[in-house]
Design a protein around this ligand. Structure first.
Ligand code: GDP
Ligand code: MG
Length: 209
């Protein structure tokens, strides 16, 4: 593969989190710049072209309803995780239970994703409904700390009030996906070198016998 930097690359993104945290609102805001209030709860797949740092990229975004059977053995979960190149994990800052569900999602992703070759799995944690700060039950610091400990990015946003912060979330994830692809390539390169070196040594050994 040549020129990953300049090539137009598809990336698959799945948005996960418990019900009612604003997953659909976030996606809708990103795609249309608008907030409409009610979104229904059908599972949807969207395709959207973005330009990040001058590069055009096609994003496939999966709006996944929350299922209790998101355990590591669940096939649907495994399928979602395998399909995705990047993850947006959403909780609501006024719903502690939604925040408590995030570590399990991270664990599910890490145990289902083939992490060989990944320095980091591109995961963004998003605390939504920032406009409802008077009803806040999860501190910003808690979100930040969780992200730090799990090696993820973190943002607090309001899908209801602000387009720009939502844009930053998706652009941040696209950046991370690109970085992870470059590190996979680098690692593949190193593995290639190690392989050819071991071939040389193996040959030398047989030569000296
Ligand atoms: P989902 O179940 O995670 O997809 O959540 P939805 O996108 O359907 O949103 C659930 C409810 O939260 C809806 O009534 C939205 O209008 C509302 N909501 C979503 N984002 C925000 C936000 O940033 N602020 C406020 N105040 N309400 C929001
Ligand atoms: Mg929804």
């Amino acid at each position: 593969m040549t020129g990953l930097y300049n090539q137009r690359v598809d990336a698959n993104v799945v948005v996960l989190g418990t019900d009612n945290v604003g997953k659909s609102a976030l996606i809708f805001r990103f795609l249309t710049r608008r907030f409409i209030g009610e979104y229904g709860d059908t599972e949807s797949l969207y395709t959207h072209n973005v330009v990040v740092e001058g590069r055009e990229q096609t994003l496939n975004i999966w709006d996944a309803p929350y299922s209790q059977d998101l355990s590591p053995v669940s096939l649907t979960c495994e399928k979602r995780v395998q399909w995705a190149d990047g993850f947006v994990l959403v909780y609501s800052i006024c719903d502690r239970a939604s925040f408590n569900a995030v570590p399990r999602l991270i664990q599910t992703i890490k145990s289902n994703k083939d992490i060989l070759g990944y320095e980091k799995i591109p995961i963004v944690i998003v605390g939504n409904k920032r406009d409802l700060h008077h009803r806040r039950t999860v501190l910003s610091e808690e979100g930040r700390l969780l992200a730090l400990s799990a090696d993820c990015q973190f943002y607090e946003v309001s899908a209801a009030e602000n387009y720009h912060s939502v844009l930053v979330v998706f652009h941040g994830l696209v950046d991370r996906i690109r970085e992870s692809r470059m590190s996979v390539k680098k690692l593949a390169g190193i593995k290639g070198i190690v392989k050819s070196m071991s071939a040389v040594f193996a040959r030398r050994r047989t030569d000296s016998l």
